[in-house]
Design a protein around this ligand. Structure first.
Ligand code: SF4
Ligand code: SF4
Length: 75
């Protein structure tokens, strides 16, 4: 997974997409990717667990509205 935090708008759709695809839940706490918004308004993205979309569809990347995420070959 390649993350381009400079263009992320902090919408957190990726968290929901991941938790739904991995755990069948809309719960950001169950997401492999976390969005952090700092006190100064900067957005930071963190992969907290090894992604399990290996060979499959990376729903976080597919649903990101600004293409801030890119599934790498082999992911
Ligand atoms: S690639 Fe898959 S497992 Fe990894 S953060 Fe995205 S949806 Fe979650
Ligand atoms: S879906 Fe895209 S723009 Fe929205 S928080 Fe995630 S990486 Fe950022």
């Amino acid at each position: 997974m390649t993350i381009k935090p400079g263009i992320c708008v902090g919408c957190r759709i990726c968290e929901l997409a991941c938790s739904l695809s991995q755990k069948n839940l809309f719960n950001p706490q169950e997401s492999n990717i976390l969005v952090h918004i700092t006190e100064t308004g900067e957005v930071e993205l963190e992969i907290v667990q090894e992604c399990s979309c290996v060979g499959g569809r990376a729903y976080c990347a597919e649903l990101c509205p600004v293409d801030a995420l890119q599934a790498d070959p082999g992911d």
